[in-house]
Ligand binder design. Sequence first.
Ligand SMILES: [Zn+2]
Length: 339
Amino acid sequence: MIRTFLSNKCILLFLLVVPFQAISQRGTIVTVTGSIKSTEMGFSLIHEHVVTNFIGADKVTLPPDGIDSTARKLLPHFIALKKRGIQSLVECTPNYIGRDVRLLKRIAELSGINIITNTGYYAAVNKRYLPPSAFTDDVETIANKWEREFLEGIEATGIRPGFMKLGVDNGPLDSVEQKLLRAAINVSKTTQLVIAVHTGDGAAALSELEIIEKENWKAEKLIWVHAQNGTDEERKIMAQKGAWVSLDGVSERTVEQYLSSLLYMKRNGLLHRVLLSHDDGWSVLVNGSYEALDLFKNGNQKPYTTISEKLLPKLRANGFTKSDINLIMVENPSKAFSL
Ligand SMILES: [Zn+2]
């Protein structure tokens, strides 16, 4: 009996481990159209959205069709990105907020931009985007669900996530947020996926890092999403400990604030831990339909462009070298998302 059980377990392990090794060679980035080498990621926007739906986990439905027409409608923005030299876009819309990997794949195919999608659950905003099972499942059950998406693809599409996305409110983390982070750490240990956590404030970020350290996992597998909500001092501590500091709300009205935060990181020799993006995208106005889309009202009239058009010229004028900018926009993204 024990022998049968063991041999069954061995076969199962073999089946799980062999395909996994085949798809996760070191230095790989998993995109919605397949794996690429990390050196192919190029100039990247590491926190953007395509289409989101904020109606709530209990009501959200994905449109059954309309993918082609929506992809074509949004395509000009992605073609413009490609022309501007942007090669990769990390799409941070989680499951239960309208993550639609089929739409992402279509846009990636039509535009030639690498798009990277995610697995994980978003507990921020008082947990209104969590499925009921997130409250009752244990760490292992949740980790298994996310790992299955990585190994087999999302919802029978074969499209695999290239990172994990979680969301937590202000710190310290509560028990559900801690459980989800522990599940993500388990998955990160077996898959090498990086964990991007939408984080309410600096206290929450520090508490995430404490849990990662307690679980004996690497700080470099944590991305502090929305680090602009913390202080210079908190960003310095997180970066010195090895976490990624993601300044990802660049807009026309915050360019000066980002310049000041980036100058602080440069003075402290920490640009090698910094990531930069806009958090641009669209929201659906009617559940279950792409018919009416609304551009995020975050201060950017033209999505995905403010960094190239406004912030980078400002950085250059303030002493940032070509290699500083290459570090932030090319090298850091490829290191952060590499398996
Ligand atoms: Zn976002």
